[in-house]
Design a binder for this molecule. Structure first.
Ligand SMILES: NC(=O)c1ccc[n+]([C@@H]2O[C@H](COP(=O)([O-])OP(=O)(O)OC[C@H]3O[C@@H](n4cnc5c(N)ncnc54)[C@H](O)[C@@H]3O)[C@@H](O)[C@H]2O)c1
Length: 420
């Protein structure tokens, strides 16, 4: 059967539009297009089956084409049913890469797509949220045993892989790509920070200056969101459960409080905890009328939209990507992008330059796994690879660094004197 027949996409006729977007991503991805390509030249991935299950948009598609150019047999699905771009899926199929994904497919069809990817028997998975790995463990144990490595994109996915390993159910080495400095320092903070605020403002066509913004979670993502709120003249109100992170937010100059303090004043509330139901049934009554909720965490369930719908007396779509839940009287709560990751499902995703870094980490991670260079269990990528990637990015910007000098060394010899 041809790749077109094997694939499940919306419409192959959309391919030309997708090719343009992928080419635009390539132009701003010097690491994936240069550094990673060079590394894959050794043939380690030639003929190897690689599944890419990441939000299916142009940057992901470009990574998939680079892996395919290196000789890998690549199959692709989206890591969330709301985030797939149909034109990108079409362009990949047009290039001969098998894809199982359509935008807004709903969860049952999306899971079926993931199992179709599992049935191709991947040797390596480039995963996001461990969405494919977990499903293979659960539904395809025979094929799962064949797996030789996983490299994982997100904070939530790494926690899931660690749990899987602790239960003795991870049969192969896994790389926590998220934990590489070149990933979370830039992707989670600058990439998610900028793209989340961009998506919120684009979807609503509203102004940030003068707004009060509740931010749940002050991890890498929350820090980035708060910084971008402030940069645009808004006030970030951070809600944390970790006292050290709460103190850090306070020292960074943000307002900090619990939900009872923050929800009544917030114009926007953005979740970034990585857990389920950070905003749950009792919280909706505490919110200011007309508040706008958005989620930046991996779970679509971080805002309990089902409970909100249950509490509501009426519902309407007020604008594309904005649902309004009427709670009685004149109070209502609005939700962006169905509570899915707002920057990806309701926006263009991370800036290309950020995904260039993240995918350099993921691509090199996959190469390391194929070389058999990763020990069993969930591992962090070697620090020397982080340094190489950062150096390559700096070199692209024509920035060179100083060398450490021998005369800098500070030893206790000087203090101890000749007796030592
Ligand atoms: N939208 C995107 O493009 C994108 C990008 C990167 C990461 N993510 C996802 O964002 C989420 C957060 O990632 P991160 O790297 O910031 O994780 P993190 O672990 O660094 O931060 C999460 C923070 O949330 C806090 N927290 C937990 N429960 C809370 C609660 N009920 N109320 C308030 N605070 C709470 C924790 O104490 C922690 O400080 C994860 O799901 C991750 O996978 C999304």
């Amino acid at each position: 059967m041809s790749v077109v027949n094997n694939s499940r996409i919306s419409d192959i006729e959309l391919a030309p539009q997708g090719h343009l977007a992928i080419e635009w991503a390539r132009r701003h991805s010097p690491l994936v297009d240069g550094f990673l390509r060079e590394r894959l030249n050794d043939g380690a991935l030639a003929g190897r089956r690689v599944a890419v299950v990441v939000h299916l948009e142009a940057k992901t598609a470009f990574l998939a084409t680079v892996l395919a150019d290196a000789g890998a047999e690549v199959v692709v699905a989206g890591s969330n049913p709301h985030s797939t771009r149909d034109e990108i899926a079409a362009a990949l199929v047009d290039r001969g890469i098998e894809v199982h994904s359509t935008r807004g497919s709903g969860y049952p069809a999306w899971e079926k797509d993931l199992l179709a990817i599992a049935d191709t028997g991947p040797e390596f998975i480039i995963d996001d949220g461990a969405e494919l790995t977990i499903r293979m463990a659960n539904h395809r144990p025979d094929l799962f045993a064949e797996l030789q490595g996983v490299t994982e994109q997100t904070t939530t996915g790494v926690s899931r892989l660690v749990e899987l390993a602790n239960r003795g159910r991870l049969p192969c080495p896994a790389l926590a790509a998220n934990d590489a400095a070149c990933k979370h320092l830039f992707d989670n903070k600058y990439g998610t920070g900028q793209s989340t605020i961009q998506a919120v403002l684009n979807l609503t066509n509203m102004l940030m200056a003068g707004k009060d913004v509740g931010i749940l979670g002050y991890g890498w993502v929350g820090r980035g969101i708060a910084a971008h709120v402030r940069a645009l003249g808004g006030t970030a109100w951070v809600v944390e459960v970790d006292p050290v992170k709460g103190l850090e937010a306070f020292m960074d100059g943000h307002r900090v409080g619990d939900l009872d303090t923050v929800l009544p004043v917030a114009d926007f509330v953005i979740t970034a905890t990585g857990g389920r139901r950070a905003l749950s049934r009792p919280d909706f009554a505490k919110m200011k009328g007309g508040v706008i909720l958005a989620n930046a965490g991996h779970h679509d369930l971080e805002i309990d939209v089902e409970a909100l719908a249950d509490e509501a007396v009426d519902f309407r779509v007020v604008r594309e990507g904005i649902d309004e839940y009427l709670l009685g009287g004149d109070r209502s709560v609005l939700v962006l992008a169905n509570g899915a990751l707002v920057n990806i499902a309701g926006g263009l995703g991370h800036p290309i330059e950020i995904m260039d870094l993240s995918f350099a980490v993921q691509g090199v991670g996959c190469h390391e796994l194929a070389r058999g260079a990763v020990a069993e269990g969930v591992q962090v990528i070697d620090g020397s690879i982080d340094a190489e990637i950062a150096r390559a990015k700096l070199a692209f910007h024509s920035i060179s660094l100083e060398d450490r000098h021998a005369h800098q060394e500070d030893t206790i010899d000087d203090l101890l004197g000749p007796e030592g």
